[in-house]
Structures are given as structure tokens and as C-alpha cells.
Design a protein around this ligand. Structure first.
Ligand code: C2G
Length: 451
């Protein structure tokens, strides 16, 4: 019996997929089809997969050509599968020409001509035109956002709003770096030319801009911290829901494949009941930056605290966490280093963040049967491993984290705006509101200590 094996994402199953499978099936007696998992597709740079894995597997099943359907979820799996299933031929479309030649050691490799003029991405964009995202703010992160958006098919950035367009050196620098983006002097003009906004302005302005955009019927992707008060964050999510709009807090780690895999492994029960979450994130920041000159909203925790809270809120958020803070401050009373301690029902967590002190940027999730250790920088989750009492039971995971990592949140935002389901679990409204509440508690504590 001659076994043929092939792999794909098979998103929005179309004639090109069917013809590939049909030709592959004709080459042998048995056809095995590997369908990429959501995480693996994202790791391979396919960020805008519209359908879930089970939908895509059902589509392949429905075409009636596959004798066996398997899930492809890691690099190197093809070689394992060829041996495991005794495949005689690996068949791929010729857009992969040469990429799998190394597997000729294990089986014949055949590249078939792709079917022209059809692809999942064309189907997606034909259903939904470009999403036009207007920028509010023209600082460092806005520039990184534009570069990362270039990796997400279906997104356009036509214009940017800055409250003081004429006397802003950062806007002038931004416009010279991104000549295709034009400045708009008013929010209304920005809204007129866009479907959504990305808010990259100073922390304390986020709420007002997000509310204005939602009121104007625009979807909102807002840099962290979304809000500095819990009630404001709750208000925004309520407004977004009422208007049927997408509101997302841009915490890049929450949307990257590696962190999502870590959360899934932690929740799987493999390390038992989670009892402690501990992480550190520091970025030495020179004096003179906004983080140090804004005496009201500056400092380490407002800048990095969202990351320090994210793993605990994701894994322990439903256990009534109460927060306490300890900070080292500069002469202006801004925190150069803060520890946030979270105490919950039969659990605890701690997060260290600092722009004036450097520490190890690892994440440890501790459970009753083992723990997870994510190496620094854990917030760009690439490698993590499970460790147990028995050192032989260690299990290591490696995931891609491409570029600056903003592409993952942009892709999630695009897919949610386009109405594809299943993308709202990366960071839920409740988790985002909880982080705003803790941010508010920190600022209240700081104000109290300053009087
Ligand atoms: N294909 C085709 N003609 C098209 C579109 C796709 O022949 N118009 C082929 C591709 O060449 C591929 C298969 O259909 O062999 C599945 O295509 P995708 O779903 O786009 O999957 P791909 O990104 O190629 O993923 O690890 C390998 C990957 O999983 C393959």
C-alpha cells in the first residue's frame, strides 16, 4: 500500500486545497492530511487564520479525499509522521518548492503546481476589505506598530492624530519615517478616514480617546495600561459591547503564540493546582524620558506593571486577588522598582517591575505537582519548560516570537473586527478591568504615601 502525506492550514477551504488533495490522493492508496493547529499556524507566520482547527479539519474531512486526518502542531513533525505512518511520498504545493527536500532521506518529495488565483488570504480580504486603523499618538510604540502592521495582510494605516501637530518633534520625526501616513488635526477627521484606532498616547489620555472613538463607532486597540481606574475600563467595555464594537488592550504578550501555549499548559493540570505565579520585567530607562518626567503617571509600575500582572491575572484572576505594593522611589517619588504582591484564595503571586533596577526576566508558575519556568524575556515567550520532582519528567516547549511581537495583537484585532470567533480569550474584558483596578490601587497608594 502506497501512503501519501501532505500538510496545510486549509483555512476557508477552497478549490486550490481540494485540487491539491485530489492529485495527492491519485498518487497512492492512502492519503494522510496534516492540518496545522492554530498555534502552529501562527508560529509559522499565518496570523490571520479565520477558522478554528476543528472547522478546518471538518472541511478536509468533508472533501472525502483523506483517509486519515492528523494535527500538525510543531516544527519537525513531518519527519516524525513520515516514519510513524510509513509515508512513501510527501506532497506539497510548489509554493513550498525546495523547502522539504531534506525529507528526501525519508521518502519521495513531490511539489505540485498551485492552483492559480485562489488563496485563503484572498478569500478573507474579499469578504472583508482592508481595516483602516488610525493612530492616536506618534511616539516610539506608534512607529513599532506601523512596522509590525506590515506583517498583517488586510490592515492599512492612513493617518495619525496628534493633539499638538505643529509643535511636536515626535510627530515630525514620525511623519518623515512613515511618509505614507498623513496627519489629521482633529479626532473627527481621523475617525472620518478610519474604521478603527490604535491609541498610543500617554497613559492618562487613554480613557478619553477610547471613549471618543467608541462613541464615534470606531473599534479600539489601546496600548496598556488601557485605563488607570477600574471603573473607566469597565465603562469602556460596556460601551463597546453596547455598540457592537471591538475594544482590545494592547498587551502584546497576551496575543503571542508562546504565551498562549504556556497558559494552556499551566491550565492543563500537568503541574497540578497553581499556587504561585512569580515574574520579573525590567527595562533600564535613561532619565529625561516621559516615564521619569511625568510626576503624576510616570514610574515603573504604570509603564511595566501590566506585564507584571498579566500571568497572575490570567491564571489566578478568579481567586479574589488582593494587591499590595512595595516600591523604591527616586527623589520625585516615582518608583524605580516595584514589587506587587497578590494574595488570593489558596494562592499568591508576585511581580517585579523596574526601570531603575535590573533583575532576571523570568516567569515561574508553581503548582502542586511541578512548575513551569519561562526563560527571560518571558514577555516575548519563546522557550519554557515544565519541571517536576522527577527530573526525568521535564518537558520543554519552544515557540516562535516574530519581530516586535505587535503583529500578533494586530492580527487578533483584525480578525475580531472581521467577526471571526474565538479570538477574545487572549485577554478578556474581566482580566483587563482587573488589571486597571490594581493599577488604580497602586496610584491611590502612591498618592497616599506622598502626602
Ligand atoms: N494550495 C494550492 N493552491 C492554492 C492554495 C493552496 O495548491 N491556490 C496548496 C498549498 O500549496 C499547500 C496546500 O494547498 O500544499 C495547503 O495550503 P495552505 O492551507 O495555504 O497551507 P500552507 O500554508 O501551505 O501550510 O507545514 C506545512 C504547512 O502546514 C502548509
Amino acid at each position: 500500500m502506497k501512503t501519501i502525506i501532505t500538510y496545510g492550514v486549509f483555512d476557508l477551504f477552497h478549490e486550490g486545497h481540494r485540487r491539491l488533495l485530489e492529485r495527492a490522493a491519485q498518487m497512492g492508496d492512502r492519503l494522510i492530511v496534516g492540518v496545522a493547529s492554530d498555534g502552529f499556524a501562527a508560529e509559522r507566520g499565518k496570523l490571520c487564520v479565520a477558522e478554528s482547527l476543528d472547522q478546518r479539519m471538518e472541511s478536509v474531512r468533508g472533501c472525502g479525499l483523506a483517509d486519515l486526518i492528523i494535527v500538525e502542531d510543531h516544527f519537525g513533525q513531518k519527519a516524525e509522521d513520515i516514519v510513524r505512518y510509513g509515508a512513501d511520498v510527501l506532497v506539497m504545493g510548489d509554493d513550498w518548492l525546495g523547502k522539504f527536500d531534506a525529507l528526501r532521506e525519508l521518502c519521495e518529495v513531490v511539489y505540485l503546481p498551485r492552483t492559480p488565483d485562489i488563496s485563503s488570504s484572498l478569500l478573507r480580504s474579499s469578504r472583508y476589505p482592508f481595516l483602516r486603523i488610525g493612530l492616536i499618538g506618534a511616539g516610539r510604540i506608534a512607529g513599532r506598530f506601523v512596522r509590525e502592521a506590515g506583517y498583517v495582510r488586510g490592515v492599512q494605516i492612513p493617518c495619525v492624530y496628534h493633539p499638538h501637530p505643529d509643535d511636536s518633534a515626535s510627530l515630525a520625526r514620525f511623519l518623515s519615517d512613515h511618509t505614507s501616513i498623513v496627519k489629521r488635526r482633529t479626532l473627527d477627521k481621523l475617525f472620518d478616514e478610519t474604521d478603527a484606532v490604535y491609541i498610543a498616547s500617554p497613559h492618562e489620555t487613554h480613557y478619553a480617546y477610547a471613549r471618543a472613538a467608541l462613541e464615534a463607532g470606531r473599534h479600539v486597540l489601546c496600548e496598556k495600561p488601557l485605563c488607570l481606574r477600574g471603573e473607566e475600563a469597565r465603562d469602556l467595555y460596556t460601551l463597546a459591547d453596547r455598540k457592537g464594537l471591538v475594544l482590545m488592550e494592547a498587551v502584546k504578550t497576551a496575543y503571542c503564540p508562546g504565551f498562549q501555549r504556556l497558559i494552556a499548559v499551566a491550565r492543563s493540570g500537568f503541574i497540578g493546582e497553581i499556587r504561585d505565579v512569580d515574574c520579573g520585567i525590567t527595562r533600564l530607562t535613561p532619565p529625561g524620558c516621559r516615564e521619569w518626567t511625568d510626576l503624576t503617571y510616570g514610574g515603573s509600575f504604570t509603564e511595566l506593571g501590566t506585564y507584571a500582572l498579566l500571568p497572575a491575572v490570567k491564571l489566578l484572576g478568579n481567586r479574589d486577588l488582593t494587591a499590595s505594593f512595595r516600591s523604591l522611589t527616586d527623589r520625585n517619588g516615582l518608583d524605580i522598582y516595584t514589587r506587587v504582591e497578590l494574595q488570593g484564595r489558596d494562592c499568591m503571586a508576585s511581580g517585579k517591575c523596574g526601570m531603575g533596577v535590573k533583575t532576571e526576566g523570568q516567569l515561574i508558575v508553581s503548582g502542586t505537582r511541578g512548575y513551569i519556568l519561562a526563560e527571560a524575556p518571558w514577555w516575548k515567550t519563546r522557550n519554557f519548560e515544565i519541571r517536576c520532582e522527577d527530573p526525568d519528567r521535564r518537558k520543554r516547549f519552544s515557540c516562535e516570537f516574530e519581530g516586535d511581537g505587535l503583529r500578533y495583537e494586530i492580527a487578533d484585532f483584525l480578525m475580531r473586527v472581521q467577526g471571526y470567533p474565538g479570538r477574545d480569550r487572549a485577554l478578556t474584558a474581566d482580566e483587563s478591568v482587573r488589571m486597571a483596578e490594581i493599577m488604580e490601587e497602586f496610584l491611590t497608594t502612591r498618592r497616599r504615601e506622598r502626602v
